[in-house]
Design a protein. Structure first.
Length: 124
């Protein structure tokens, strides 16, 4: 049996503000934005090259805005990601080095926490 994670809900308080942050600053693609009913809005956003998307909106989840921590995206170059996000106005951490990778951390406007991981391969 094959199993794939393809969509993760991210709780936000202001859909327009969060969508602008994820698309204009962080660089996600806006796949869908549907106002289904007055109480239900579904927005799907995908990081470039990712098979997994995130959804934001209204009426989607009972999670508190900003309560999601530990979302992780694998990247090729932590220094380049740091420079690009900084140039777009995203407050990011310095590049941090761990035995399992090089990381850059940031939060969205609600405080949902993200990590960008450059996987470091051991030298042979």
């Amino acid at each position: 049996m094959e199993m794939k994670i393809e969509l993760i809900q991210v709780p936000v308080s202001d859909v327009a503000r969060a969508k602008a942050c994820y698309t204009e600053k962080i660089g996600f693609n806006a796949d869908h934005d549907h106002q289904v009913t007055e109480e239900l809005r579904f927005v799907q956003l995908t990081p470039p090259g990712s098979a997994c998307s995130v959804s934001i909106g209204t009426g989607l989840t009972d999670m508190e805005p900003g309560s999601l921590k530990g979302l992780q995206i694998v990247i090729d170059d932590a220094d380049a990601a740091h420079a690009e996000l900084s140039s777009r106005g995203v407050p990011v951490s310095d590049v941090q080095e761990f035995p399992w990778g090089r990381f850059v951390f940031f939060t969205d406007p609600d405080g949902n926490g993200w990590a960008l991981q450059q996987i470091v391969r051991p030298a042979n």
